[in-house]
Design a protein around this ligand. Structure first.
Ligand code: BJW
Length: 243
């Protein structure tokens, strides 16, 4: 089991309020490629930044839809790993625990986390590109991408693309949790995409202890009081067992 610094364990044992921000790295060991590693095989000649935008969808809806269908196939087969499970169990250890995720794969909920703020939507759901209303699964069959049963607009995944606003209630709740927590844990995120990447900085401004779990350095590393270098699926169970 990974050794967790004693000073970090003491901070956690004393903490009443904890916030966690997760990114694609936590699902890597469930077989879901990280956002920036997702471009393999057929998709190797594209950059994710060129597919996850409204402009890309307008230009070539079938290409973007097919990319999401391919990723949906991977995500459907994926199961939560020990990292997701450890976070679900940590929820019961603190009076105030907020799990904020940038992931669209639903694995936190499948692991048993009850309160999850999804900042970038959920790939399971669809919505209409034109009227923005939800479109259920049955409608999303046939033509690729399918048409909205209300207005005939194209159906798209209900995720947040570059240049789009994040869901305002979730984002506000995430900022509030970042301001009131005593420990802020960043797990498996490159911390490059805003506004999610501003949350740990907000926590730091409000005197939280910043902790990172990532096998490699990120732009957040210099700000962190503790950096646990390793995969989430082994570091998080270690943290749970010793807290
Ligand atoms: C492991 C591991 C293991 C590997 N264990 N770890 C301020 C400054 C500059 C730019 C901006 C700014 N504010 C806004 C912007 C613009 C833009 C932005 O941030 N651009 C940057 C690229 C510079 N942001 C936006 O456009 C956002 N909207 C917005 O700001 O609206 C307001 C607005 C509107 C109109 C005009 C202007 C402003 C929207 C951002 C939406 C992001 N959406 C995506 C796609 C979601 C759908 C999909 O999945 O297809 O979300 S992009 C992509 O990045 C995805 C992810 O959630 C997100 C974050 O990536 P993440 O999770 O960090 O993954 P990776 O792959 O980058 O990193 C994985 C990490 O895991 C690595 O560090 C590995 O080392 C690690 N790892 N194995 C632990 N086993």
């Amino acid at each position: 089991m990974s050794q967790v610094p004693i000073a970090l364990l003491m901070r956690l044992r004393k903490a009443r309020s904890v916030a966690v921000l997760t990114g694609a790295g936590i699902s890597a060991e469930s077989g879901v490629p990280t956002f920036r590693d997702a471009m393999t095989g057929l998709w190797a000649r594209f950059r994710p930044e060129d597919l996850a935008t409204r402009e890309a969808f307008r230009r070539n809806p079938k290409l973007v839809w097919d990319w999401y269908q391919w990723r949906r196939g991977l995500i459907e087969k994926a199961r939560p790993n020990a990292g997701h499970e450890a976070l679900a169990r940590l929820e019961d250890r603190f009076a105030d625990f907020t799990l904020i995720t940038q992931n669209v794969d639903d694995l936190h909920r499948k692991a048993g986390s009850r309160k999850v703020l999804e900042l970038h939507g959920n790939i399971r759901r669809n919505k209409c590109f034109e009227d923005n209303g939800p479109v259920d699964d049955r409608a999303a069959e046939g033509e690729a991408p399918p048409r909205c049963p209300r207005c005939g607009g194209r159906v798209r995944p209900d995720v947040v693309w570059f240049g789009e606003y994040l869901p305002q209630a979730e984002l506000a709740a995430a900022f509030e949790a970042s301001r009131r927590c005593e420990v802020f844990l960043c797990v498996g995120t490159s911390a490059l995409v805003h506004p999610a990447a501003s949350l740990p900085v907000e926590a730091l401004k409000h005197d939280a202890c910043l902790v990172e779990i990532n096998p490699v350095e990120t732009p957040l590393s210099p700000l962190c009081e503790f950096s646990l270098r390793g995969p989430a699926a082994s570091m998080l169970p270690g943290l749970l067992a010793q807290t």
